[in-house]
Design a protein around this ligand. Sequence first.
Ligand code: DAH
Length: 344
Amino acid sequence: MQERLQQLKQAALSRLSEVTDMQQLQELRVKYLGKKGELTEILRGMGSLSAEERPVVGQLVNEVRSALESAIADKQASLEQAALEARLASEALDVTLPGRPLPAGTMHPLARIIEQTEDIFIGLGFEVAEGPEVETDLFNFEMLNLPKNHPARDMQDSFYITEEILLRTQTSPVQARTMLDKGGKTPIKIICPGKVYRRDDDDATHSHQFMQIEGLVVDKGVRMSDLKGTLLTFARQMFGENQQIRLRPSFFPFTEPSVEVDIQCIFCGGKGCRTCKQTGWIEILGAGMVHPRVLEMGGYDPKEVSGFAFGMGVERIAMLKYGIEDIRHFYTNDVRFLRQFNRV
Ligand code: DAH
C-alpha cells in the first residue's frame, strides 16, 4: 500500500508538470484528491491494515495529500501569473506614442465679424435681437414706410413666396418687430445680425443671399450726433483706433435724414488708391434718423421720442477687414480659404 501511495504521488506529480491550463488542473485535482479520487480510495482500503501499519500509512496518506495540494496550488499560481502576463502583453499600451491631433475647425469669417460686432455693441449697452428670414410684406416693407408700389421697392429685388410673404431683403423688419414687442417702452438699443435674400445675379460683389447687421436705438432725445458717435466707436474698434468716418447724405424710406457712412480707406490710409477709386473713403453702411412714420407705425410718438438706425453688410465688412476680393469665397466652403481664419 505504501508503494501504491508512492506511485500515485509520482504519477500525479508527473501529470501535473504537463498541465497547461486551469481546466486540466481542475480535472487533475478531482482525479487524485476528489471525493471519488484515487487517494480517497486508498484511504477506504485502510480498514484491512493491521493496527501497526495503519498510523504509518495514515501519515503517509496525509503527506502525499499535502504534497499534492501544495504542488497543485503552486501550479495554479503559476498558471494565473502566466495568464496575467499574457493579458498584460496583449493589452499593452505605449503611452509614450505621440498623440494624433484631431483636426480642429476654424470659425467662418462671417461668424467672426458678427461675433466681434456683437461684442462691440454689447459693450455699448445694446442687446442682440433676431427675426425670421421668411418675412411678411408688412414687416419687410410697409412698416418701414415702403407702401406697395413705392418706387424704392425696386432697390431690393425680392424673392416672393406669395403676394404677402417673401424672403426678407434686409434685416430692417426687425426694427418694426422690436418696436411692437416693446409696446411703446423706451429705451430700445438692439442690433440684429442675420441672413437676407435678393434677386441679384451672383458675381464678385453680389450674392443672392448675404448677411446684414441692423441697429436700432429709440429713446427720448436721441440725436444724429449719437448715431455718429456710435458708428465712430464701431469703426475704430473694428478697423483700428485711428479710423475716421464720413457721413454723406443719402436716401432710405425708413430714415430721415438718411446717410451713407464711409470709413477711411484701409488699404491706402486715405491717400487714394484703386480700391477706394482715389477718394480715400470706402462706404460701409447706411443709416439715419428713424422716420417719424416708422416710429408711429411701431407704436411710438415721434414728438416724444426719436431714434437712429443703421444697416451694414457683413460680407462687405469682412472683405475690407481681411482683404477678400470675391464675395463667393464665403459660400464655396473651400477649406484652404476657411483655414486662414483660425481661432486665435
Ligand atoms: N436696409 C438697408 C439696406 O438693406 C440698410 C439700412 C439703411 C438699414 C439705413 C437701416 C438704415 O436701418 O437706417 O440697404
